[in-house]
Design a protein around this ligand. Structure first.
Ligand code: MG
Length: 380
């Protein structure tokens, strides 16, 4: 029997798929958290009458509406979030979008719960803090498909025998485009991802390859390998989800349908496995292609490597600047290629800090947001 599941970000892409997976397997849902107290959260809450419900946003009226609709108390505020993450014996799926997921990740690990991490920003911005908890015996199962793949490739292996991690990237919707053509991209075009069906920010991040950069930093903190031992290759079919090379020249890769329900379910059932609703994978008739990243056209990847190598607050600054720049792009305020220039300039402007606790992350994040917002205003 799997542990009860707490779903943070219950109305997002990962959250809704997690609820679907848990319902199919008959895993009890102990908690639901969303930003907005709307219809979608109400529907989930009514299907799961035993789940505690918490929201982080919305007006008092909206929260009262939700309480009346679902017939129970709705928690609110950061204490309620931490309390939910500490639900005894739970697997906490953190599908919160953005750096605000960090505190929930830390609360989960502090409570001794399993953290099923889809909120890569908390690993990027607060990787050093999470790393410390993991060294103290916390349990984290990554939900990001690449890191789930690597986690599975490393089962039964000694890290000392790993020579490289290879993250695969689909290349996004603009693979093969010239920088000139990229400058005219609209939000609608960028939101059309060729393979994965995901939330808005991550879809734009996939188009700039910044998402892959965040994943490189995430892999660094998750698996404890240096940046020169983490590589990225473009693999348009997204069937090999990532791979590991060992010192003897052997490779292990993880293949399958590009469907987030697989890594989500793995994080819920680990170390066991269960059948899924995903259609069976067949090899015959498939072609797997690999090509190097066009780093000049997509500078987001090297910005992330640079921030990762700088360490300290630089990854948090990278992430915050990206959140601001992507939002501005989605609002039509800046062009597609300006996203990465805003990030580069923010990284250059915000002074480097050490990250000793959450307050340091919050400070770096706030400073980066302010600088990025003024750069966006200047670029409009
Ligand atoms: Mg991914």
């Amino acid at each position: 029997m799997s542990r009860p599941v707490v779903v943070l970000g219950a109305t997002g892409s990962i959250g809704s798929q997690t609820i679907g997976v848990a319902e199919r397997l008959g895993i009890p849902i102990a908690g639901l958290l969303a930003r907005r107290p709307g219809e979608e959260l109400a529907a989930h809450a009514m299907r799961h009458p035993d789940a505690r419900v918490v929201v982080t946003g919305g007006t008092l009226d909206e929260r009262e509406w939700l309480e009346k609709t679902i017939g129970r108390v709705v928690g609110h505020g950061s204490e309620a979030v931490a309390d939910l993450a500490a639900h005894p014996g739970a697997t906490v799926v953190n599908g919160i979008v953005g750096a605000s997921g960090l505190e929930a990740s830390l609360a989960t690990l502090d409570a001794g719960n399993r953290l099923a991490l889809a909120n890569k920003e908390s690993m990027v911005a607060g990787g050093a803090l999470i790393r410390r908890r993991l060294e103290g015996g916390g349990e984290l199962i990554p939900v990001d498909s690449e890191h789930s793949a690597i986690h599975q490739c490393l089962l039964g292996e000694d890290l000392a025998n790993v020579s490289r991690l290879m993250l695969t990237a689909s290349g996004g919707p603009f693979r093969g485009w010239s920088p000139d053509k990229l400058a005219t991209v609209t939000p609608e075009e960028a939101l059309r991802h060729p393979v994965w069906d995901m939330g808005r920010r991550i879809t734009i991040d996939s188009a700039t390859l910044l998402n892959k950069g965040l994943e490189v930093i995430e892999a660094h903190f998750l698996f404890g390998l240096g940046y020169d031992r983490i590589e990225v290759v473009v693999h348009p079919q997204s069937l090999l989800h990532s791979a590991v090379e060992f010192v003897d020249g052997s490779w292990k890769g993880h293949l399958g349908q590009p469907d987030m329900r697989i890594p989500i379910q793995y994080a819920l059932t680990f170390p066991g496995r269960q059948p899924t609703a995903v259609s069976p994978f067949t090899f015959a008739g498939r072609t797997l292609e690999f090509e190097p990243v066009d780093r000049a056209t997509f500078p987001g990847l090297d910005l992330a490597y640079g921030a990762g190598r700088s360490g300290g607050s630089a990854p948090a600054v990278l992430n915050a600047a990206d959140e601001i720049a992507v939002e501005a792009f989605l609002q039509g305020r800046i062009g597609f290629t300006t996203i990465t220039s805003v990030i580069a300039e923010t990284l250059a402007e915000v002074p480097q800090r050490e990250i000793a606790d959450v307050a340091d992350v919050v400070a770096a994040d706030g400073e980066a947001r302010a600088v990025a917002a003024s750069l966006v205003a200047g670029a409009c």
